[in-house]
Write a protein that binds this ligand. Structure first.
Ligand code: FES
Length: 227
């Protein structure tokens, strides 16, 4: 499994779980519930400052999965979205929303989640997650990410989970129903198999074009702890 550094903020009716490794300061929480999430204070999370429903509602807008919750009051736990969607941020990470399993190339289960931001620049210090290094190093996609990749109509796509296999020193191999959108929310791919670049060198982003073989990409350099 991926060993994340998790801090638990206990409230009376809900516990907020914060993954230090996965926060990219997207700030959906700060904007959604400033009475609960306030980075100028310590502790910066106050789970009892709003209703558990409100806290949960805001947490599921965190696109990186840095925030999760556990209800103690019998309220609904986080729903699993019916469809799997990846949004490729221009010059940034790829955000996953859906029913996802992450596995290593030997199929060992590393993580199950509904929200993850995957690094695309290859430079993150917490691979496979994004840590905003792309902004610091000036990562840029080689060309505009446009809907020019072969895909199948959505009606032919079955329902179910998608598996992301982290290929050593190579791409993320997706297997399962998935829709991929660019930063403008145009659909660029629908299907059940795709290889996503994570070395930063592909000329056909977000897909792998084999450039990792020439780019000295080392997927285990600057990687979260795996146990
Ligand atoms: S992982 Fe980047 S080109 Fe293959």
């Amino acid at each position: 499994m991926i060993k994340e550094r998790i801090i638990r903020y206990q409230g009376k009716k809900i516990t907020v779980l914060f993954s230090v490794d996965r926060c990219t300061h997207y700030a959906a929480c700060l904007e959604g519930a400033p009475e609960v999430f306030d980075s100028s204070q310590r502790p910066w999370v106050m789970p009892d400052a709003a209703s558990p429903d409100k806290v949960a509602e805001v947490i599921i807008t965190c696109p990186t999965g840095a925030l999760h919750f556990e209800r103690k009051d019998g309220g609904a736990q986080e729903p699993v979205p019916a469809e799997n969607t990846l949004i490729v941020e221009t010059h940034g990470p790829v955000y996953f929303l859906g029913d996802l399993e992450v596995r290593d190339q030997y199929e060992k289960l590393l993580l199950k989640d509904t929200r993850i931001a995957f690094c695309r620049c290859g430079m993150s210090k917490v691979k496979p997650f994004c840590d905003n290094t792309h902004a610091r190093v000036g990562f840029e996609d080689a060309k505009e990410i446009a809907p020019d990749h072969p895909s199948v109509p959505s009606k032919e796509i079955p329902k179910g989970k998608v598996t992301a296999v982290l290929m050593k020193d190579g791409p993320i191999k997706l297997t399962g129903p998935v829709t991929i959108k660019n930063g403008q929310k145009d659909i660029i791919f629908q299907g059940t198999k795709a290889l996503l670049c994570r070395c930063g060198a592909s000329k056909h982003m977000p897909f792998c074009d084999g450039s990792h073989r020439k780019s000295d990409f080392e997927s285990e350099l600057g990687c979260v702890k795996i146990i």
